[in-house]
Write a protein of this length. Structure first.
Length: 477
């Protein structure tokens, strides 16, 4: 049991303005494993005020990038040393299998932090240009106070996508973790204190949707960075547009994995364990539409059924578990609703279904549907669970057409014995990223979506640029 009774505001621990609490429930045992205070609008006012003071009056934006990198380097070193504890905590909160958590919930966030710490030294913060009317100095300056709103599925990763570049840029941050997964941010706050970040640079207030909306609209917030559903992203984008507030939105996905005729099927299906079923399928970039050529359709279906049907489903803290429970009962019921829908739509249930693997815990059987048409709802809507749909295609052009026939455009992949040709096909897919014989998110490269998968980019130099304003200073004499 982890219990906290304060918020991290202004560099210290502040008593909440209200009396509400958030209970953190284990998806495996369905028992309460933690409690934190529930943030109110008054708490958000205090957090934003602390961030505003730290930006307007404090040392952080006035340090050189190298000075900020030195402090963040200390945080990165602490994170690297203790990331096992972070992985175990996130697994307890939201059910991610520990084997995935060690990498995706802890190691990758630390890598992102270290990436931006290193980038601070090589990034072009200022340059001189020979303007048409005289010399011009172009500087990059921090955008200001940032609201970072993160989801429950990969809470540390999505937070670090925002926190690391914002801090290196010289911004100050108010982070709002999801009510399902607030505990990991408390551990991070302890590390932030230990690393010696100035007071008010990072502030953390767990809260629900309404208080999150209040934070988005707060007049002292200069930029919003949000990861979550497309529906919520539209509302946040509308508020930011009305206020002319900078915004980055990383939203939903329904990514397609194209299996070309020459693909090594054994290696491809093994690759789907991560690409398609990472984090119990609770991943916006998961490759959940599997596109197979008709010439090999039955072969792909059999291989996919054998792999998915053979996955070990169980206690996420057990290193032998490959699929854990979903984050909440409502998510379990949502995913089961899509399994019923797929059957009602006429898709063929190849493996899995509605029989729950365990009596206790929010488990769903890993499921594959075959004979799926791309106009079915199970092929068009984000399910966010361990459910894959297998769609046949006639030729390569047809595969590209099906992959692009989606309101989303976040990720994708091409699986082939000819990687060069795979790159040619990937160039035709209208998504923010498209892997060849793999799907990973690399800290050095931009991540984000086309179409309804969002706007703006995180990671890479592009992710840092999202937290900077460009100022031109022409001069004479």
């Amino acid at each position: 049991m982890r219990e906290h009774d304060r918020f991290f505001i202004g560099g210290g621990w502040t008593a909440p303005a209200g009396t509400g609490t958030i209970e953190v429930i284990s998806p495996h045992t369905e028992e309460v494993i933690g409690r934190v205070p529930e943030g109110t609008e008054a708490d958000m006012d205090a957090a934003v005020a602390a961030a505003r003071r730290a930006f307007d009056e404090g040392p952080w934006p006035r340090m050189t990038p190298a000075e900020r990198a030195e402090i963040l380097g200390r945080l990165s070193a602490i994170y690297a040393e203790r990331q096992q504890g972070m992985a175990e905590l996130v697994t307890a909160e939201m059910g991610s299998p520990i084997g995935f958590s060690i990498f995706g919930q802890a190691a990758i966030p630390q890598m992102v932090l270290q990436y931006y710490t290193d980038l601070a030294v090589t990034y072009t913060w200022e340059d001189e240009r020979p303007g048409m009317l005289g010399p011009v100095t172009v500087t990059r300056e921090p955008v200001g106070v940032v609201a970072a709103i993160v989801p429950w599925n990969v809470p540390q990763f999505t937070l670090m996508l925002k926190l690391a570049p914002a801090l290196i840029a010289g911004c100050t941050v108010v982070a709002k973790p999801s009510p399902e997964t607030p505990l990991d941010t408390y551990l991070l706050a302890e590390w932030i204190q230990e690393a010696g970040l100035p007071e008010g640079v990072v502030n953390i207030v767990p809260a629900g949707r309404e208080v999150g909306a209040y934070l988005v609209a707060h007049p002292d917030v200069d930029k919003v960075s949000f990861t979550g559903s497309t529906e919520a992203g539209r509302k946040i984008g509308a508020v930011c547009g009305e206020q002319l507030k900078r915004v980055t939105l990383e939203l939903g996905g329904k990514s397609a994995a194209i299996v070309l005729e020459d693909a090594d099927l054994a290696a491809t299906v093994e690759g789907f364990k991560l690409a398609s079923l990472m984090n119990n399928g609770e991943a916006c970039a998961a490759q959940t539409r599997i596109l197979a050529p008709r010439s090999r359709y039955d072969e792909v279906a059999d291989a996919l059924a054998a792999m998915v049907g053979g996955l070990t489903v169980g206690d996420p803290a057990d290193y032998t578990s490959e699929i854990g429970p979903l984050v909440a009962r409502r998510q379990q019921e949502r995913v089961e609703g899509y399994i019923r829908l797929g059957q009602d739509e006429g898709a063929k249930l190849i493996t899995g279904g509605l029989d729950r693997p365990h009596d206790r815990g929010w488990y769903v059987a890993p499921t594959v549907f075959g004979d799926v048409r791309n106009d079915m709802r199970i092929a068009r809507e984000e399910i966010f669970g361990p459910v894959l749909v297998l769609i046949p295609y006639e030729d390569e052009d047809d595969a590209v057409r099906i992959a692009n026939d989606s309101e989303y455009g976040l990720g994708g992949s091409v699986w082939t014995a000819d990687p060069d040709h795979g790159v040619e096909v990937a160039r035709r897919i209208r998504t923010g990223s498209c892997g060849v014989n793999m799907y990973v998110i690399d800290p050095n490269t931009p991540f984000g979506g086309y179409k309804n998968s969002g706007m703006g980019r995180e990671l890479g130099p592009e992710g840092l640029a999202a937290y900077l304003e460009h100022k031109a200073i022409p001069r004479q004499g």
